[in-house]
Design a protein around this ligand. Structure first.
Ligand SMILES: NC(=O)c1ccc[n+]([C@@H]2O[C@H](COP(=O)([O-])OP(=O)(O)OC[C@H]3O[C@@H](n4cnc5c(N)ncnc54)[C@H](OP(=O)(O)O)[C@@H]3O)[C@@H](O)[C@H]2O)c1
Length: 262
């Protein structure tokens, strides 16, 4: 199936690992040229080299810390210099720890807020005007089911994800008239480095073994397994495509059926 996005340019935050990397790979297979952004130049360079060897799209690694507004401006300037106009933005870099209100310090709240909430806001702002002028664009926010389902033990991540659910639909209203579509994707537990870190944090908090946590997490999902980065990337690729031309402001759970709410 031709998704109609070959030759488009995308920027993917947190594109060196996990869900972001899988999104880069899936979009590049469709012929999209990609800038991947992360802090660690080594993993960024090796991800770009590994992906470039067998893909149609061109992959450009750009180092940057997305908690800082000035860095974000530089990252977009570099991406545009390397690729030209950005047609697709996948907001994905985020990392909140497990923890209850008594466990999360002000500094940790601020870090999570700066990276995921303000990072998504600033990156969206950096591309919106150009996309709206050109009457074509896609902004995909990788969010998380914690935004819909508050839990005491994941309070910072849940609260920030809830704000991004809201922002996603507000931006969809703002940009829709210009054929710039804004959607959110909610993964549940997905097998990435971040998930491994969350498992370790949970072992400390609950005293459960790693095996118990992994088995329990898989058992909670009707499909009997946690997600793979590719599961999320396939949905993101569809939402970026011409085939999703009437999908705007949608918040799509890609979670094997774990989230049940009407
Ligand atoms: N995995 C899950 O179970 C799960 C579930 C629900 C939602 N999500 C959401 O999905 C998104 C991706 O998660 P993931 O599991 O794929 O994470 P991951 O495997 O830890 O990858 C995170 C990516 O973001 C980059 N990054 C982290 N901090 C950054 C910063 N300050 N500036 C720039 N880049 C930064 C990392 O590279 P560097 O460290 O080199 O910067 C890496 O490329 C997150 O928003 C997360 O909340 C994940």
């Amino acid at each position: 199936m031709d998704l109609g996005i070959s030759g488009r340019n995308a920027l993917i935050t947190g594109g060196s690992k996990g869900i972001g990397r899988a999104c880069a790979e899936a979009l590049a297979i469709e012929g999209v040229n990609i800038a991947i952004v992360a802090r660690d130049p080594k993993s960024l360079e090796s991800a770009a080299a590994e992906m470039s060897s067998n893909l149609k799209g061109h992959i450009v690694p750009i180092t940057g810390n997305l908690t800082k507004g000035a860095e974000i401006e530089r990252v977009f300037a570099e991406a545009e210099e390397a690729l030209g106009q950005i047609d697709i933005l996948v907001n994905n870099a985020g990392s909140a720890p497990l923890g209850r209100i008594r466990d999360i310090t002000d500094a940790t709240w601020q870090e999570c807020f700066d990276l995921k909430l303000m990072g998504y806001v600033r990156c969206s702002r950096a591309v919106m005007t150009g996309m709206c002028k050109r009457k074509w664009g896609r902004i995909i926010n990788i969010i998380g089911r914690g935004g819909h389902f508050p839990t005491a033990k994941y309070i910072a991540g849940g609260a920030i994800n809830a704000a991004i659910l809201n922002i996603t639909q507000a931006l969809a209203e703002e940009c829709g008239p210009y054929n710039v579509l804004v959607n959110g994707v909610n993964p549940a537990a997905t097998a990435t480095e971040r998930w491994n870190t969350l498992v370790k944090q949970r072992m400390k908090i609950t005293g459960q073994t790693e095996r118990e946590i992994r088995e329990e997490s898989a058992k909670n999902v009707p499909l009997g397994r946690i997600g793979l980065p590719e599961d999320i990337a396939n949905m993101v690729t569809y939402l970026c495509s011409e085939k999703a031309g009437f999908v705007n402001g949608s918040l799509v759970d890609v979670d094997g059926g774990v989230s049940r709410a009407l």
